[in-house]
Design a protein around this ligand. Sequence first.
Ligand code: PEP
Ligand code: MG
Length: 593
Amino acid sequence: MPKKPQKSKQIQLKGIPAAPGIAIGRAYVYGTEDIIPVERTIDREEIPDEVQRFKDSLKKTKKEILAIEKKISSEMGVEHGRIFSAHLLVLEDSVLVHEVVARLKKKRKNVEIVFTEVLNKYINVLSEARDEYLRDRISDITDVGKRILKNLSGIEQRGLADIDDKSIVIAYDLSPSDTAMMHKGRVLGFVTDIGGRTSHTAIMAKSLEIPAVVGLESVTDVVKSGDQIILDGLHGVVIVNPTKRFLEKYRREKKKYEHLEHELNELRSLPSETPDGKKIVVAGNIELPEDVASVISHGAEGIGLYRTEYFYMNRQDVPSEEEQFNAYKSVAQRIKPNSVIVRSLDLGGDKFLSALDVPKEMNPFLGWRAIRFCLARTDIFKAQLRAILRASAFGNLKLMYPMISGIAELRQANEILEEVKRDLRKEGIPFNDQIPVGAMIEVPSAAITSHILAKEADFFSIGTNDLIQYSLAVDRVNEKIAYLYEPAHPAVLSLVKMVIDSAHRENIPVGLCGEMAGDVALTMILMGLGLDEFSTSPIAVPEIKKIIRSVRFTEARNIAEKAMSFTTGKEVMRYAKSRLRELVPDIAAELAS
Ligand code: PEP
Ligand code: MG
């Protein structure tokens, strides 16, 4: 008797919530569908046909890549489209093509096998290269190689950019540039085995407003393409092959979340002010000029962090001064009269640039990163400063240096800025001579010496993503130790308080632009500590505004004082959540217990 088909069992996995929202859809497992070609010996007469088959597949691949490049560039902007130019370069590599043809004639094996051998040889050579740029080419070669094999085999396989139906992407890992290719509307959400809440992949997901859960450790072992998935990006839960009861529950939750989102949207044009009249700015963070639309539509009052390094990613060259000027100018003009804090290049950590010759390091987060890189590569730094200064004539721009570790670095950066200003004056190019210049406080030594830095900076912005990883010694992208990554840890709260107090003693404003600024459980504490500006992913702006508009400043001060008296982060969180439930129940409903 034929067996009844077995119903797949429901599996529930817990990971790290990376971008909010609930998605229900089919899984698309990305990156594991390698094509393994079967070896076949060919006759001499078959050689021309095999060569032709190879050439046809190259042509087809090129056509596909050009079409994707065009589609992504028009839908998401040229920055995103540029990633594919690197893929085209691989296809146009005549040495690779000649080697495949020569080997085919010599070995008399089918072209899939010969091509795979040549590809692997290239990858091996590149993986030993000292030059980071060359090593970075491995992923381009692998991506294009898979596409060529797919076209040779006739198997239909989709990439991230050309997913054409609504899927939930399941992957071991996604780089920030992979994420940049995803498109809201085509991709319902994504789920990864590795990564942390403040990895730049998670940050990019928030910008794109795609619900995401990361750090699930083994999701790619459990899920197959086509499985039904519930993704709860609010609580970090993924349910594979859910039962009817769970499906109904999450459909209701999804409706509830969308309703709350809609209600919060109504706050868009209302001021961000406490009921007892304290004004607190709520700004948005952006990675690319295209993100400005989302900042405006979510009612943010300006941009508190423009991560300019994304401009330098996914391309073969360093962006010119002119190109940067045009981008900064357009952002400044669109946000006017509100302000934009442009952060100078923060290369390194988990953000690697293709075009720069940066050696691999053992501890990239502690290495040649951010301002350290810029102070050494003054050619790149000066071009960026010129572009920012020139754009400052067209709007309300502020400049901020990342990863300042002490006053000497701030002074050194400012000296270079003065040099650039002198050059511009000489050339008669207009700029705002009074452009405010701030320091990011994201290294413990900067927080501890913030009383010194406050005398020479025009403003501070606390970068808690890094400040937490450095003060608690917890790698921000490592899911294994994510439980130790606690924004509410008493050490972190003390450092944040220290920085705010130092700034206020010198009468300079202080913002916070790490992911902590969008963590609703902590908003009242940060308000009470006296923070002047929250800058967060645009999607979190309405919620933060709602809390500010609901809680009196005097109440927030009491909450912050009480929070500072606890001895562990867990106690702080428990207390903060219970006060939020009491004071702003709608928002608290979203919190994980
Ligand atoms: C931070 O460290 O908090 C920050 C905002 O910078 P990034 O996340 O880009 O390192
Ligand atoms: Mg940082």
